[in-house]
Design a binder for this molecule. Structure first.
Ligand SMILES: [Zn+2]
Ligand SMILES: [Zn+2]
Length: 236
Protein backbone atom coordinates (compact mmCIF):
# COMPACT_ATOMS: atom_id res chain seq x y z
CA UNK A 1 0.00 0.00 0.00
CA UNK A 2 1.46 3.35 -1.02
CA UNK A 3 -0.03 5.25 1.84
CA UNK A 4 -1.12 4.15 5.29
CA UNK A 5 -3.45 6.04 7.57
CA UNK A 6 -1.83 7.84 10.50
CA UNK A 7 -1.89 5.95 13.80
CA UNK A 8 -3.81 7.81 16.49
CA UNK A 9 -2.03 7.87 19.86
CA UNK A 10 -3.71 10.51 22.04
CA UNK A 11 -5.45 13.91 21.74
CA UNK A 12 -2.31 15.64 20.52
CA UNK A 13 -0.17 12.78 19.24
CA UNK A 14 -0.33 10.75 16.00
CA UNK A 15 2.19 8.73 14.04
CA UNK A 16 2.79 8.76 10.28
CA UNK A 17 4.39 5.70 8.73
CA UNK A 18 7.19 6.76 6.38
CA UNK A 19 10.17 4.97 4.82
CA UNK A 20 11.73 2.70 7.45
CA UNK A 21 10.22 4.38 10.51
CA UNK A 22 7.32 6.23 12.07
CA UNK A 23 7.29 10.01 12.36
CA UNK A 24 5.51 11.15 15.51
CA UNK A 25 3.39 14.30 15.17
CA UNK A 26 2.75 16.29 18.34
CA UNK A 27 0.14 19.00 17.88
CA UNK A 28 -0.20 21.14 20.99
CA UNK A 29 -2.56 24.05 20.44
CA UNK A 30 -1.49 24.28 16.79
CA UNK A 31 2.18 24.26 17.69
CA UNK A 32 3.19 21.27 15.55
CA UNK A 33 6.31 19.28 16.40
CA UNK A 34 7.66 16.38 14.30
CA UNK A 35 9.73 13.74 16.03
CA UNK A 36 12.14 12.14 13.49
CA UNK A 37 11.87 12.24 9.70
CA UNK A 38 12.39 8.69 8.30
CA UNK A 39 14.89 7.56 5.68
CA UNK A 40 15.68 9.74 2.67
CA UNK A 41 12.64 10.08 0.41
CA UNK A 42 10.07 10.35 3.22
CA UNK A 43 9.00 13.97 2.64
CA UNK A 44 5.99 13.10 0.42
CA UNK A 45 4.63 10.63 2.99
CA UNK A 46 5.09 13.17 5.79
CA UNK A 47 3.25 15.79 3.73
CA UNK A 48 0.31 13.51 2.92
CA UNK A 49 0.19 12.23 6.52
CA UNK A 50 -0.03 15.78 7.83
CA UNK A 51 -2.80 16.53 5.32
CA UNK A 52 -4.76 13.54 6.66
CA UNK A 53 -4.40 15.04 10.12
CA UNK A 54 -5.69 18.42 8.89
CA UNK A 55 -2.22 19.95 9.16
CA UNK A 56 0.39 21.25 6.75
CA UNK A 57 4.19 21.36 6.54
CA UNK A 58 4.07 25.14 7.01
CA UNK A 59 2.61 24.65 10.51
CA UNK A 60 5.57 22.61 11.76
CA UNK A 61 7.51 24.74 14.26
CA UNK A 62 10.12 22.25 15.44
CA UNK A 63 11.66 18.99 14.26
CA UNK A 64 13.18 16.89 17.03
CA UNK A 65 15.46 13.94 16.30
CA UNK A 66 15.55 11.12 18.84
CA UNK A 67 19.04 10.24 17.45
CA UNK A 68 21.14 10.42 14.30
CA UNK A 69 20.48 7.01 12.69
CA UNK A 70 19.65 7.34 8.96
CA UNK A 71 16.08 6.04 9.36
CA UNK A 72 15.40 9.03 11.62
CA UNK A 73 17.64 11.70 10.12
CA UNK A 74 17.68 10.79 6.37
CA UNK A 75 14.89 13.15 5.29
CA UNK A 76 15.69 15.96 7.72
CA UNK A 77 17.30 18.29 5.18
CA UNK A 78 14.32 18.02 2.79
CA UNK A 79 11.75 18.43 5.57
CA UNK A 80 13.55 21.49 6.93
CA UNK A 81 13.63 23.00 3.42
CA UNK A 82 9.87 22.42 3.06
CA UNK A 83 9.01 23.99 6.41
CA UNK A 84 10.27 26.93 8.40
CA UNK A 85 10.90 24.64 11.37
CA UNK A 86 13.85 24.79 13.74
CA UNK A 87 15.79 21.63 14.51
CA UNK A 88 16.37 20.23 17.99
CA UNK A 89 18.74 17.36 18.91
CA UNK A 90 20.65 16.24 21.95
CA UNK A 91 23.76 18.36 22.44
CA UNK A 92 26.10 15.38 21.92
CA UNK A 93 24.85 14.73 18.35
CA UNK A 94 24.83 18.30 17.04
CA UNK A 95 28.15 17.85 15.16
CA UNK A 96 26.76 14.86 13.23
CA UNK A 97 23.55 16.66 12.25
CA UNK A 98 25.39 19.83 11.24
CA UNK A 99 27.94 17.83 9.24
CA UNK A 100 31.08 18.80 11.17
CA UNK A 101 31.41 15.15 12.30
CA UNK A 102 31.03 12.11 10.04
CA UNK A 103 27.85 10.10 10.58
CA UNK A 104 29.02 6.91 12.32
CA UNK A 105 27.84 3.53 11.10
CA UNK A 106 24.99 2.35 13.33
CA UNK A 107 26.37 -1.18 13.78
CA UNK A 108 27.63 -2.25 17.20
CA UNK A 109 30.03 -4.90 15.89
CA UNK A 110 33.41 -3.21 15.12
CA UNK A 111 34.00 -5.22 11.94
CA UNK A 112 30.51 -4.49 10.56
CA UNK A 113 31.00 -0.88 11.57
CA UNK A 114 34.22 -0.45 9.62
CA UNK A 115 32.95 -2.35 6.56
CA UNK A 116 29.79 -0.22 6.38
CA UNK A 117 31.36 3.14 7.35
CA UNK A 118 32.14 4.31 3.78
CA UNK A 119 28.52 3.80 2.70
CA UNK A 120 26.73 5.50 5.56
CA UNK A 121 27.02 8.94 3.98
CA UNK A 122 24.71 7.80 1.17
CA UNK A 123 21.88 7.14 3.63
CA UNK A 124 22.60 9.87 6.20
CA UNK A 125 20.77 13.16 6.04
CA UNK A 126 22.42 16.25 4.58
CA UNK A 127 23.82 18.81 7.02
CA UNK A 128 21.27 21.00 8.75
CA UNK A 129 21.74 23.80 11.27
CA UNK A 130 20.62 22.87 14.77
CA UNK A 131 18.85 25.65 16.65
CA UNK A 132 18.12 23.87 19.93
CA UNK A 133 20.81 21.77 21.65
CA UNK A 134 18.84 19.60 24.03
CA UNK A 135 19.85 18.46 27.50
CA UNK A 136 18.45 15.96 29.95
CA UNK A 137 15.52 17.13 32.03
CA UNK A 138 14.64 20.16 29.95
CA UNK A 139 11.73 21.09 27.68
CA UNK A 140 11.44 21.72 23.96
CA UNK A 141 11.76 25.51 23.68
CA UNK A 142 8.29 26.97 23.12
CA UNK A 143 6.62 23.66 24.10
CA UNK A 144 6.70 23.50 27.86
CA UNK A 145 4.62 20.32 27.85
CA UNK A 146 7.27 18.27 26.01
CA UNK A 147 9.97 17.07 28.38
CA UNK A 148 13.35 15.76 27.21
CA UNK A 149 14.75 12.67 28.93
CA UNK A 150 18.28 11.73 27.90
CA UNK A 151 18.25 7.95 27.34
CA UNK A 152 21.76 7.12 26.08
CA UNK A 153 22.82 3.63 25.05
CA UNK A 154 21.29 3.02 21.61
CA UNK A 155 23.41 6.06 20.66
CA UNK A 156 25.16 8.44 23.05
CA UNK A 157 22.67 11.22 22.35
CA UNK A 158 19.43 9.22 22.20
CA UNK A 159 16.54 11.05 23.82
CA UNK A 160 12.98 10.18 24.81
CA UNK A 161 10.18 12.74 24.94
CA UNK A 162 7.36 12.84 27.47
CA UNK A 163 4.14 14.67 26.63
CA UNK A 164 3.36 15.30 30.28
CA UNK A 165 -0.29 16.37 30.03
CA UNK A 166 -1.17 13.21 28.07
CA UNK A 167 1.26 10.77 29.72
CA UNK A 168 2.64 9.75 26.34
CA UNK A 169 6.28 8.67 26.15
CA UNK A 170 8.10 8.69 22.79
CA UNK A 171 11.14 6.41 22.99
CA UNK A 172 12.53 6.32 19.44
CA UNK A 173 14.71 3.19 19.27
CA UNK A 174 15.45 2.95 23.01
CA UNK A 175 12.89 0.13 23.20
CA UNK A 176 11.30 -2.39 20.84
CA UNK A 177 7.84 -3.93 20.78
CA UNK A 178 8.49 -6.82 18.41
CA UNK A 179 5.43 -9.09 17.97
CA UNK A 180 3.82 -7.08 20.78
CA UNK A 181 6.51 -8.06 23.28
CA UNK A 182 8.55 -5.27 24.80
CA UNK A 183 12.34 -5.63 24.71
CA UNK A 184 15.52 -3.55 24.84
CA UNK A 185 16.96 -1.83 21.78
CA UNK A 186 18.30 -3.95 18.92
CA UNK A 187 21.76 -5.18 19.97
CA UNK A 188 22.86 -5.15 16.33
CA UNK A 189 22.72 -1.35 16.19
CA UNK A 190 23.07 -0.34 19.87
CA UNK A 191 26.41 1.11 20.95
CA UNK A 192 26.18 0.29 24.66
CA UNK A 193 23.44 -2.10 25.75
CA UNK A 194 24.22 -1.86 29.49
CA UNK A 195 23.89 1.94 29.33
CA UNK A 196 20.67 1.52 27.37
CA UNK A 197 19.21 -0.67 30.12
CA UNK A 198 20.16 1.91 32.77
CA UNK A 199 18.36 4.54 30.70
CA UNK A 200 15.24 2.38 30.59
CA UNK A 201 15.26 2.03 34.37
CA UNK A 202 15.42 5.82 34.61
CA UNK A 203 12.23 6.07 32.54
CA UNK A 204 10.32 4.34 35.36
CA UNK A 205 10.73 7.55 37.43
CA UNK A 206 8.29 9.27 35.08
CA UNK A 207 4.53 9.16 34.87
CA UNK A 208 3.38 7.70 31.51
CA UNK A 209 0.64 5.40 30.28
CA UNK A 210 1.43 5.14 26.57
CA UNK A 211 4.72 4.35 24.81
CA UNK A 212 5.28 5.26 21.14
CA UNK A 213 8.09 3.48 19.30
CA UNK A 214 9.81 4.37 16.02
CA UNK A 215 9.32 0.94 14.46
CA UNK A 216 6.54 -0.83 16.36
CA UNK A 217 2.95 -0.51 17.46
CA UNK A 218 2.33 1.64 20.53
CA UNK A 219 1.49 0.28 23.97
CA UNK A 220 -1.62 1.95 25.37
CA UNK A 221 -2.84 2.30 28.94
CA UNK A 222 -0.50 0.19 31.04
CA UNK A 223 2.84 0.95 29.40
CA UNK A 224 4.57 1.86 32.66
CA UNK A 225 3.79 -1.50 34.27
CA UNK A 226 4.67 -3.36 31.04
CA UNK A 227 8.10 -1.69 31.04
CA UNK A 228 8.60 -2.32 34.75
CA UNK A 229 7.64 -6.00 34.48
CA UNK A 230 10.09 -6.52 31.62
CA UNK A 231 12.94 -4.65 33.36
CA UNK A 232 12.39 -6.80 36.47
CA UNK A 233 13.37 -9.82 34.35
CA UNK A 234 16.63 -8.22 33.16
CA UNK A 235 19.95 -8.34 34.96
CA UNK A 236 21.32 -4.84 35.61
ZN1 LIG B 1 18.41 3.81 15.84
ZN1 LIG C 1 15.38 3.40 13.95
Amino acid sequence: MAFMLPVHISNSVDQIKVIGARVTVVNLRNNVILVDTGFKGSLGLIKSGLTRLGLSLEQVSTIVLTHYHPDHFGSLEKVVAATSASVAVHESEVGIIEGSEKTPSPFANPLLRSVTAPFIRFTAGGPVRVKHQLRDDSYIPGSEDVRIIHTPGHTAGSISLLIESEKVLIVGDALQNRFNRISGPSKLVTRNYATALRSLRKLLDFDFEVICFSHFRPIYGDAHSVLKAWLDTQET
